[in-house]
Design a protein around this ligand. Structure first.
Ligand code: SAM
Length: 433
């Protein structure tokens, strides 16, 4: 396991993908995060609140938000993810596919930086929770699924058309099921009940003075922040500290490193600080610094001048746009989840790339299917997809073709085989039919 390559209490300002990719492998104990939910709208802070001016966009477009290299990376290195994304594009919208692509890239990075004993809590709602669970199964492995926690809350508003929607979903996965830390069973015989907010959970103080959580069910009844709630900053989608405290108590110990890559107004980070964990946050929101510092102050966690019994000073919190430098030699950590369907043959058997190539050579000859050029050496040909995975093509042999390298590069995941042939013809690189 590597050490973190950032200081405790760092808040990275900017798009989280670059920061996640620059963080050392296996350096974080717990990720608890609340990304956009694909609600198809923009969120803005209450105008005269502490967070005034804060906003983020939660609408997604395949053409504008999906980077070509994400699709290539997912298709080539994690083929199990593309069918999930393609299914969401088909059954929901291109926008949902774009959101899932965005999330897939970040989840892959999150898995790499989690320690083998670590866990992740992904907050979502029924808009995308069913697609995200499939992504999480593909990235973290279905055996590492722990819970689908339902956060139930009361808030105004009812519908005449369906039951009022009053819950969010929190997907809880371990990096490795058998190694992951879970404090529910740990302190059964200790202590006294304390005052956990939200009712259903009890806090116990163990011999070392740490708090742990016991007897929690997988549905949590914790109040939302009302407009007059003391914690409320006006930041759009701000969550209660009690909710994130529960995740942190259950899945980390004092001194552990907690990460929230979609940190917003720092709810997870404040919860981590209160529970004596180390923390690191990331958010793309430009004005996070002032609000996060004010918030730590309001929670009584920050002192400007004298230490007293307080532990934390403004200068102890780092805000930066600089990427950390990897100090783990770029170690990739445990291999990502193997994909079962890298290439299957007619009878459902798994085929290696070499076996597929041999089978295609016997069917198609030593000829590029993109430009019809014949070769005398099969090593000039590589195995590609007819319909790209990003468009719903499978890895099955029936969707595989042999391509020369210029054709494979030109095709990428932008064209079907037909599209590639049309392109080649329009450029005069092959005969008209
Ligand atoms: C649902 S809010 C999180 C709210 C947070 N839980 C709180 O209580 O304040 C989602 C956050 O993700 C941030 N965000 C969206 N895209 C991002 C990206 N690419 N990188 C970093 N942060 C991003 C938004 O700015 C927003 O603050």
């Amino acid at each position: 396991m590597a050490e973190p390559n950032w200081k405790n209490r760092t808040f990275f300002l900017g798009d989280n993908l670059g920061f996640l990719e620059a963080m050392n492998s296996e350096s974080v104990d717990l990720i608890a995060t609340d990304p956009p939910f694909n609600k198809g709208r923009d969120f803005r802070a209450t105008p005269d609140s502490l967070a005034a001016g804060a906003k983020f966009q939660d609408r997604w477009s395949w053409d504008q938000d999906v980077h070509r290299d994400w699709v290539d990376q997912i298709t080539d290195s994690h083929p199990g993810l593309m069918p999930v994304i393609a299914a969401a594009r088909d059954t929901y919208s291109d926008g949902m596919g774009a959101f899932l692509c965005f999330m897939a890239m970040r989840l892959l990075a999150m898995r790499r930086i989690l320690k083998p004993t670590g866990s992740v809590y992904l907050h979502c709602d029924p808009t995308a929770s069913h697609y995200l669970k499939q992504l999480m199964d593909a990235v973290f492995g279905r055996r590492n699924f722990k819970n689908e926690v339902v956060w139930c809350y009361k808030s105004g508003g009812a519908s005449k058309r369906q039951f009022a929607r009053k819950h969010d979903i929190i997907l809880f996965y371990a990096k490795a099921e058998k190694l992951c830390r879970f404090n529910v069973l740990k302190v059964k015989s200790y202590g006294r009940t304390g005052g956990g907010q939200g009712g259903a959970v009890k806090y116990f103080r163990d011999g070392q003075g740490t708090y742990s959580v016991v007897s929690a069910r997988d549905w949590w009844d914790i109040s939302m922040l009302s407009t007059t709630h003391g914690e409320r900053l006006g930041y759009p989608t701000q969550k209660p500290i009690a909710l994130y405290e529960r995740m942190i108590l259950a899945s980390s110990d004092e001194g552990d490193m907690v990460l929230d890559p979609f940190a917003g107004c720092a709810t997870t980070l404040v919860a981590a600080e209160r529970l004596k964990r180390q923390w690191v946050g990331i958010d793309i929101w430009g004005n996070a610094k002032a609000v996060v510092l004010q918030r730590l102050g309001r929670e009584g966690l920050l002192a400007e001048e004298t230490a007293g019994q307080r532990r934390l000073f403004t200068e102890d919190v780092t805000f930066t746009t600089d990427l950390p430098e990897r100090t783990d030699d770029g170690r990739p950590a445990a291999p990502a989840q193997p994909s079962r369907q890298h290439g299957s043959g007619p009878d459902g058997l798994e085929l290696s790339r070499a076996e597929m190539q041999a089978s295609l050579l016997s069917q198609q000859g030593i000829k590029c299917q993109g430009c019809d050029r014949k070769f005398d050496d099969p090593r000039y040909l590589e195995v590609g997809h007819d319909t790209p995975c990003s468009d719903g093509g499978s890895n099955h042999l029936s969707n595989r073709v042999l391509l020369c390298s210029p054709c494979a590069r030109a095709k990428g995941s932008r064209y079907t085989l037909r599209g590639l042939r049309r392109l080649n013809r329009s450029k005069g690189w092959m005969a008209q039919p």
